[in-house]
Write a protein that binds this ligand. Structure first.
Ligand code: ASP
Length: 590
């Protein structure tokens, strides 16, 4: 801890006392983490954010302190005056930073008595998450959680320092604003003064950061809260904190260099790990062909192979009809899984269908023989071709899926991750950072029956060719161990090109003016070429702290159904509030 004056007359933090403090008089305050009575002496573990220290209250030395210690319930806040001394021979606790000392209490004052907490405030307690979230302040009192919040704070500090050193300017952008398309639903806030109108909460500061480049800021960054109304997952939260940046006159290479240096610094500082820079790069097409996804986990092999041609004249109806319908057959080899039992192998079929495949064919190669439920339908030549394409050898398992390419890719990506985990092929403490480049500019939205932007509509195409099926973008993602950390792109800075991109997406005339008129207008007044990036800081923290759920790195998160259990949000508005906004709710379910 840095030097600072402690409030409340305290001389030390509980968790900071060491053997060198022995003999000194101290004033401490904290929470009663534990209480034990031993032969008429009371031992308290007094905890503050630096950790616990043992306090001893002896009835003969300090009867008042002894009485207070006996009565203080767990989690009460107490002030202790006493003397630090070395613990008696043989009683030091090596597992505790303060384990060599204890504080002999002269005086104990209960500042706030606690009720019995709904769960023990200890690390490693098995408590239902809902209870933890309802009493989040108790949950955060646990050293592990306090530790995460402090790590978060420190990491943000490192990030700010990094960008400051590199000449980036931190500029805040509005929270009540206009819809910024990032592919999710907006959260809307009705306007009281302008009835019938709404603000959108920002899905990102995208338009503002580009406008800051038009304004001549040159380099912008911000640690900013973004809001996206989309399905929640273990690594996704509606309100997330993003590191957002934009650079003028920059190309991909400039952006890559900044982010690689930042990640290298954070990994060095917080994990003591030197990561490899520059990060390897993979185009979107290559990534999908080799891994079935644009977020590949490259820590293990098992790359996919397209084996459609091997089944060009197959007698196996399921494959033949998938190919006839314009589909493909692809798969991969799982090393060593060829020895799995029939039961284990059959159990992979529902895993495949759960990931969208219509079916799964497994072929186990063992002792020069092939086992498969469809062995009578596929020829030895086909098996040989598949083995060669997937690199499968004796003892290995080949998994094949036949369908439309998109579905095949999704299913195989999922199966590949699943098998790698089951086979123990995912190395620990390995950090595979990767750039994925040249994303498609557009993707077809079934829901909207039109082309939409794969990244966002301000992303520059690689060339002026805007054929929606084939156009590629100067867009890039950072992927780490199969998780997308963030995205960015070189932006369009020509109004004519921007208009044409809107046109492909069916946004023309009035709609273009209404939604993006401010951008088109700004682009009339001198726009530097610019590029940027954004990544989720919560996700990075999750990885740094080894947490599996993003909620564990956010102080006050929401549940997967969007409830804030602590405050009870969302709640019903009062009639008065609705009247002020000129709003009325329709019948539920509409
Ligand atoms: N606005 C993008 C996002 O939030 C990032 C970017 O293009 O800079 O994903």
């Amino acid at each position: 801890m840095t030097e600072q004056r402690l409030a409340g007359g305290r001389t030390h933090m509980c968790g900071s006392l060491r053997a060198g403090d022995a003999g000194g008089r101290v004033v401490l305050a904290g929470w009663v983490a534990r209480r034990r009575d031993h032969g008429g002496v009371v031992f308290l573990d007094l905890r503050d954010r630096e950790g616990p220290v043992q306090v001893v209250a002896h009835p003969d030395d300090a009867p008042e302190a002894f009485r207070a210690a006996s009565e203080a319930k767990l989690e009460s806040v107490v002030l202790v005056r006493g003397e630090v001394r070395l613990r008696p021979e043989g009683t030091a606790n090596a597992g505790l930073a303060t384990g060599e000392v204890e504080v002999a209490a002269g005086d104990i004052e209960v500042l706030s008595m606690s009720d019995t907490p709904p769960f023990p405030v200890e690390d490693d307690v098995q408590v239902e998450e809902a209870l933890r979230l309802t009493y989040r302040y108790l949950d955060l009192r646990r050293p592990e959680m306090t530790g995460v919040l402090r790590l978060r704070h420190r990491m943000f500090g490192t990030v700010r320092q990094f960008f400051d050193e590199r000449g980036f300017v931190d500029v805040e952008t509005p929270t009540l604003t206009k819809s910024t398309p990032e592919g999710a639903r907006d959260f809307l806030v009705p306007s009281r003064l302008q009835r019938g109108k709404v603000y959108a909460l920002p899905q990102s500061p995208q338009m503002f950061k580009q406008l800051l480049m038009v304004a001549g800021l040159d380099r912008y960054y911000q640690i900013v809260r973004c809001m996206r109304d989309e399905d929640l997952r273990a690594d996704r939260h509606w309100e997330f904190t993003q590191l957002d940046l934009e650079m003028s006159f920059a190309s991909e290479e400039d952006v890559f260099e900044v982010l690689e240096s930042l990640f290298a610094r954070v990994w060095r500082e917080y994990l003591g790990v030197e990561i490899r820079v520059p990060f390897p790069r993979l185009t979107y097409d290559e990534s999908v062909a080799r891994f079935g996804t644009d977020k590949p986990d490259t820590r293990f092999g098992m790359e996919l192979a397209d084996v459609t041609t091997a089944f060009g004249a197959t007698a196996f109806r399921a494959f033949a009809s998938a190919i006839e319908r314009g589909g493909c057959v692809a798969g991969f080899a799982a090393p060593g899984a060829g020895t799995w039992s029939r039961k284990e192998l059959d159990a992979l079929v529902p895993e495949a269908t759960a990931r969208g495949a219509t079916g799964l064919v497994w072929i186990a190669l063992e002792g020069g023989q092939a086992r498969s439920p469809v062995l009578s339908h596929i020829s030895p030549e086909e098996i040989a071709a598949v083995s060669e394409a997937t690199g499968a050898g004796d003892g290995d398992l080949v998994l094949l899926v036949a369908d439309q390419p998109g579905r095949v890719a999704v299913a195989l990506d999922g199966l590949r991750r699943l098998l790698a985990a089951r086979l123990g092929l995912v190395p620990e403490r390995r950090w595979d950072f990767l750039w994925i480049t040249e994303f498609p500019v557009f993707e077809w939205s079934e829901e909207e029956a039109r082309w939409v932007a794969k990244h966002h509509p301000f992303t520059s195409p690689v060339s002026d060719d805007l054929e929606p099926e084939t156009a590629r973008a100067r867009a890039y993602d950072i992927v780490l161990n199969g998780i997308e950390l963030g995205s960015g792109s070189v932006r369009i800075h020509r109004p004519d090109l921007q208009r044409r991109v809107f046109e492909v997406m069916g946004i023309t005339g009035e709609e273009a003016t209404d939604k993006f008129g401010h951008m088109l207008e700004a682009f009339r007044f001198g726009v530097p070429p610019h590029a940027g990036f954004a990544f989720g800081l919560d996700r990075v923290l999750m990885l740094l702290s080894g947490k599996e759920n993003i909620r564990d790195v956010i102080a006050f998160p929401k549940t997967s159904s969007g409830s804030e259990l602590l405050t009870g949000a969302p709640s019903e508005p009062s009639q008065e509030q609705l009247d002020q906004l000129g709003m009325r709710f329709g019948p539920l379910g509409r």
